[in-house]
Design a protein around this ligand. Structure first.
Ligand SMILES: *Cc1c(COP(=O)(O)O)cnc(C)c1O
Length: 384
């Protein structure tokens, strides 16, 4: 066979090579500690699982769903936006079920970008922000996130020639990997920028419910300027510890929702009906447990204290499930991650896996028990 030309541009997923080495070390019986996994380790609420089991039993659950989803699901999403974020959306035209945020963000790039056009993406960023444009044959332009800018992109620095070709701008707060939270003023600026340059803004709200020091991380749609020029992707993966279930929604700007829906009818056949009904119930049930924020907070605090003690201080992030840790040794991110793996049996993700601006950082996930995090940090301390 011959691969499509587009595949020459598409690299293996960032974690592929590391995953092979990890598998080999595990097979050899090494006691590895992984701070590399962005996957909630605590199982979902038993009631959610029981509900899905019930829904699977219904005779019509196995039928083909529709791409636009059940009306009651779209209404539940709209009700959730009103209750949780104070945002009114039209369930008919402004809500679309997705088979996960990753799917939605990748396909959004395909729906909006052509060769020669540009997507503005944060750097570092969740890999699909760059992967979507890559598959679409378009370019992405990195907007550096640094401690100095509070991990918020400086839109005034986008060159005029790039802004001219930009059709999409993607970011997400609480941020993966930096843990930063954006305020309403940032979403106003992003919305105004999108308006001025006739592009679509996309806010990935994967960590909507994982914030430590504020009551609620804001929805970008609460900003009128963003609301008029953008969509938000709300995933249930991290909020309910159900990443494998593949439930997310695109919410906002009706023309973008319609465009994405039209593309998706050519590609997938909608979300499993039992999942749609379970999600409807989850979003309208007012006594379900959210994500284990208290557990993540305790891990965050323990990890920050342990890191400070070995000379790797990091500010406790206000949200998300990760620490974005400056590497104190002057090694590259990759060299540090490889040495920590080889000499300490600890897996951290090199910052450059998320973009060039990640050089000098390592991402550590708070997805293992506190004692294991502490042991991992101690092992790192021993080889510094
Ligand atoms: C985990 C994660 C996602 C994945 O969401 P799915 O709905 O599971 O595809 C999206 N964005 C960010 C930033 C994430 O960290």
């Amino acid at each position: 066979m011959r691969a499509g030309e587009r595949m020459a541009r598409v690299p293996e997923y960032v974690t592929a090579e590391m995953n092979r080495r990890i598998a080999a070390a595990r097979a050899a019986g090494e006691d590895l500690i992984s701070l590399g996994i962005g996957d909630p380790d605590l199982p979902p609420d038993l009631r959610i699982r029981a509900r899905l089991a019930e829904e699977v039993q219904r005779d019509d659950a196995a039928r083909y769903p529709t791409n636009t989803g059940l009306p009651e699901l779209r209404e539940a999403v709209a009700a959730h936006y009103a209750a949780r974020f104070g945002v009114e959306v039209d369930p008919q035209t402004e809500v679309l079920p997705l088979l996960g945020a990753k799917e939605g963000i990748a396909h959004l790039a395909l729906a909006v970008l052509d060769p020669g056009t540009v997507s503005l993406i944060t750097d570092p960023s969740y890999p699909v922000y760059a992967g979507g444009p890559l598959v679409a044959g378009a370019a992405s332009h990195p907007l550096p996130l640094t401690p100095a800018n509070g991990f918020l992109p400086d839109l005034d620095r986008v060159p005029a020639e790039i802004a001219e070709r930009a059709r999409l701008a993607v970011c997400g707060y609480p941020n993966n990997p930096t843990g930063a939270i954006a305020d309403a003023a940032f979403f106003d600026r992003l919305g105004a920028f999108a308006d001025a340059h006739d592009l679509l803004a996309c806010h990935d709200h994967a960590y909507a419910e994982i914030a430590y020091d504020v009551v609620q991380a804001p929805s970008a749609l609460a900003s009128p300027a963003f609301r008029a020029n953008g969509i938000e992707i709300l995933s249930l993966s991290k909020s309910f510890s159900i990443p494998g279930w593949r439930i997310a929604f695109a919410v906002g700007h009706a023309p973008a929702i319609a465009l994405l829906a039209r593309l998706k009818t050519q590609i997938d056949a909608g979300m499993f009906i039992a999942l749609q009904r379970t999600a409807t119930w989850m979003l309208t049930c007012d006594d379900l447990e959210g994500p284990p924020v208290g557990v993540y907070r305790a891990r965050r605090d323990a990890a920050c204290a342990a890191l400070a003690a070995i000379g790797m201080p990091v500010d406790p992030p206000p949200g998300g499930m990760y620490l974005w840790v400056p590497i104190p040794t002057g090694e590259t991110s990759l060299a540090f991650a490889e040495r920590v793996f080889d000499e300490a049996g600890v897996i951290v993700t090199p910052g450059t896996a998320y973009g060039e601006a990640g050089e000098g950082f390592a991402r550590m996930a708070l997805t293992i028990p506190e004692e294991r995090i502490a042991e991992a940090v101690q092992r790192i301390g021993a080889i510094l």
